[in-house]
Design a protein around this ligand. Structure first.
Ligand code: SAJ
Length: 451
């Protein structure tokens, strides 16, 4: 049943890259928030007013919310009016005996969502709202409702409520914020709200309106699920196009950055940037959720994933070729994060390139990553050294630019001379500039300038 809730008590399950900022923003809007995480480290950090992830502005916001008594963290969920699930949905590789069509197609792993659901099931009461924010394959929100129903036969859940109002409202409202701009985008972005029934959608929209300034647009749960996957598959496919152009340009000995800059002067062309591959926990993962739901139909999306996934090995080959022209070569890898100015190394192509190079053991490897204090064990164990930029450039024969961190853009161009450079991010022509998008269209005279 849809109760006009004040939504004063919210439980956010999962205090990661999405859950923690959302919990902090909710608390800043005056809501009492209890964050739940199975990691004692995350819980302790939040209760001490600290954050365990790097995101601009987050620490200050969390600190204020904790001091104001509006945010605290626990390991086991407590009763609330709204439960927001923001746990990871990784993928796992299918067992070998899986059907031919699914071979090599990773499958979504819903075990975190299920565990989160089961942890809140005993607390559910009539009128509660459950929102699934985790990126999910089509049908997951309904599955969530079934998991609840299997344990709580005393309550009516929306997937089998028929004409009767459900006791619990359940909706999917996918997160769509960009790491690095999370706090701003959490408030300003439009939200897609897909309920399992119109009443569920209305309840969820009323909740999001408490802290979202963007539009909250209602649809059904399945469409909301596919919308999120489509956004990331669209970006992945467009990056794959740029990466394929980079391959073609290498083959034809043409500068891909100039090519894209020129093509982007066309008013209806906007090619993205090639790179060493696609990283992060979203764009490199979510398209697989579409492929796994519709393997016969999702041919382009599947192919784009393959194009992007083969980039790191190609870059390793280029670096190796350059290194083979030196005796006892020293290779500096600039950047390990999956994109500029963050500390997140998950699914990072720069990490993958460095790891693959390290596994050959035939070069001295220096890694420059200004956003971390120590190397991940997988690199440290293979003898990679974490260096600052100046000393890495002083020692290196080959420089592989894998991430265009701002710190690198401000480096002295002279330090790069006399090196073999593998510039996967088009950084060299941007040294000491404002670091804008390398394939930007540049300024054009607008009609308003002419009249
Ligand atoms: N990349 C390129 N070339 C480009 C753009 C990006 O190689 O032209 C690479 C980046 O270097 C990085 C990867 O793609 O390795 C992904 O970076 P990103 O900035 O495109 O996206 P994410 O993963 O940080 O965030 C995306 C966003 N989705 C879209 O832009 C459609 C964000 O809005 C989502 O909320 C987020 O995924 C998510 O959580 O799903």
């Amino acid at each position: 049943m849809y109760r006009k809730l004040p939504f004063n008590r919210v439980s956010v399950v999962g205090l990661g890259y999405i859950g923690l900022p959302t919990a902090a923003v909710l608390a800043a809007s005056g809501v009492n928030v209890v964050g739940v995480d199975i990691s004692q480290r995350a819980v302790d950090a939040v209760n001490a007013g600290h954050v365990h992830i790097v995101e601009p502005g987050l620490e200050v916001l969390v600190q204020r919310a904790v001091r104001a008594g509006l945010l605290r963290a626990v390991e086991k969920p407590e009763e609330a009016e709204v439960y927001m699930i923001a746990v990871p949905t990784p993928f796992s590789h299918p067992p070998a005996e899986y059907s031919e069509t699914h071979k090599n197609c990773p499958e979504p792993d819903l075990s975190y969502i299920r565990a989160a659901a089961e942890s809140i099931t005993p607390l559910l009461k009539t009128g509660d709202l459950v929102v699934l924010e985790s990126t999910s394959p089509v049908g997951t929100t309904e599955q969530l409702s079934r998991w609840f129903a299997a344990i709580r036969s005393d309550l009516v859940f929306p997937h089998d409520a028929g004409d009767v109002p459900a006791d619990i409202n359940i909706a999917h409202c996918p997160e769509r914020v960009l790491p690095g701009r999370v706090l701003e985008e959490l408030i300003e972005n439009d939200r897609i709200v897909g309920g399992l029934s119109p009443a569920c959608s209305e309840a969820a929209r009323a909740f999001y309106r408490r802290f979202v300034r963007g539009e909250c647009i209602i649809t059904d749960a399945r469409t909301a699920e596919l919308t999120k996957l489509t956004e990331n598959a669209f970006r992945d496919t467009n990056i794959a196009f740029a990466n394929e152009m980079a391959l073609i340009c290498d083959h034809l000995n043409i500068d891909v950055w100039e090519l894209i800059r020129l093509a982007n002067r066309h008013p209806r062309v906007n090619i993205l940037n090639p790179g060493p591959g696609v990283g992060g926990h979203c764009i490199a993962v979510d398209p697989w959720f579409i492929v796994s739901s519709a393997p016969e139909q999702a041919r382009l999306i599947h192919q784009a994933r393959s194009v992007n996934d083969t980039r790191p090995a190609y870059v390793v080959e280029q670096i190796h070729r350059a290194a083979s022209t030196f005796d006892n070569p020293v290779v500096a890898c600039l950047g390990l994060a999956f994109k500029p100015d963050i500390d997140d190394l998950r699914e990072s192509p720069a990490m993958e390139v460095t790891k693959q190079l390290a596994s050959f053991g035939d070069v001295t490897l220096l890694a420059v990553e200004p956003n971390i204090d120590s190397l991940p064990p997988v690199l440290a164990a293979r003898g990679v050294e974490l260096c600052d930029l100046a000393s890495a450039l002083a020692r290196a024969d080959v420089v592989a630019i894998l991430v265009d961190h701002s710190a690198f853009l401000h480096a002295d161009a002279a330090l790069f001379t006399d090196k073999a450079i593998i510039d996967t991010r088009g950084l060299i022509p941007r040294l000491n500039t404002d670091g804008g998008n390398p394939t930007d269209q540049g300024s054009r005279t607008s009609i308003t300038d002419m009249v």
